[in-house]
Design a protein around this ligand. Structure first.
Ligand SMILES: [Mg+2]
Length: 249
């Protein structure tokens, strides 16, 4: 990657919004298979402390999953693309779930398809329904078309969010960009220059939000993006965060 794409050295008075899968940890074959290592927990804890608490993880994962995997780490967490969010004071904000009948219609329509294609995996995160095709990449176009059709049939309450080997239906109206704006209205994020780091299509909302705010948007890996900067991979993200901490702590 061109040197001109490399982000500037991070500052401890910035506000950090970090995606998790594909950004801080490697993507696994199935959603349950990811491992959060002790080195990462230590890095995030140090950044959180050194920045005065201005670090939030903003993930497509369910909040319950993140809490379970992050163990002792107590920090602001946004799950399901920001549909559920724990703020810096520990308060929980959650959008209303779509009507149960609409969700049931979707899962019932998917049931025979999942039975026919064992490589397709449906993950019910509580507010969103994610159809993973990582184990059956040849079904990508089919899975995307299928979920687009189900989103349209479900009415305006749902929208389709595509990602790496996943097509996801989520309640409309919230995304990672709006989540960043919510955090920036509250201490300790308020008034700081925002940084957003992510690797996937849903992170584009986060990049766009910090671009509007003259922040630092960083795309991990290749692919089209509105982010201003690039880091090559998970290891490069960790190194970028860690180098700065080492020189300042
Ligand atoms: Mg990601």
């Amino acid at each position: 990657m061109a040197r001109a794409d490399l982000p500037p050295a991070p500052q401890l008075d910035w506000a950090y919004f970090l995606d998790v899968d594909g950004t801080l940890i490697e993507i696994a074959d199935t959603p349950d298979a990811v491992r959060v290592d002790a080195a990462l927990l230590d890095l995030i804890a140090r950044l959180h402390r050194a920045s005065g608490g201005a670090v939030a993880l903003v993930s497509g994962r369910a909040l319950s999953f993140m809490r379970q995997r992050l163990g002792r780490l107590r920090l602001p967490l946004a799950g399901q693309h920001g549909l559920e969010r724990r703020d810096a004071r520990g308060r929980l904000h959650r959008v209303a779930a779509a009507p149960a009948a609409a969700r049931r219609t979707i899962t019932q329509a998917l049931a025979p398809i999942l039975a026919r294609h064992p490589g397709l995996l449906l993950e019910d995160k509580g507010l969103t329904l994610a159809l993973h095709y990582r184990l059956a990449p040849h079904l990508a176009a089919y899975a995307q078309r299928l979920m687009a059709r189900l989103a349209a049939a479900a009415g305006s309450g749902f929208e389709l969010q595509l990602g790496k080997r996943v097509a996801e239906l989520k309640p409309a109206g919230t995304n990672k960009g709006k989540t960043v704006e919510h955090y920036l209205a509250e201490p300790p994020f308020k008034g700081r220059r925002p940084v957003f780091i992510g690797d996937d299509l849903n992170d584009e909302h986060g990049f766009a939000a910090v671009n509007r705010l003259r922040g630092v948007s960083i795309k991990v890996g290749r692919g089209r993006s509105c982010a201003r900067y690039r880091l090559r991979d998970v290891a490069a993200v960790r190194a970028w965060l860690a180098d700065t901490l080492q020189s300042r702590e």
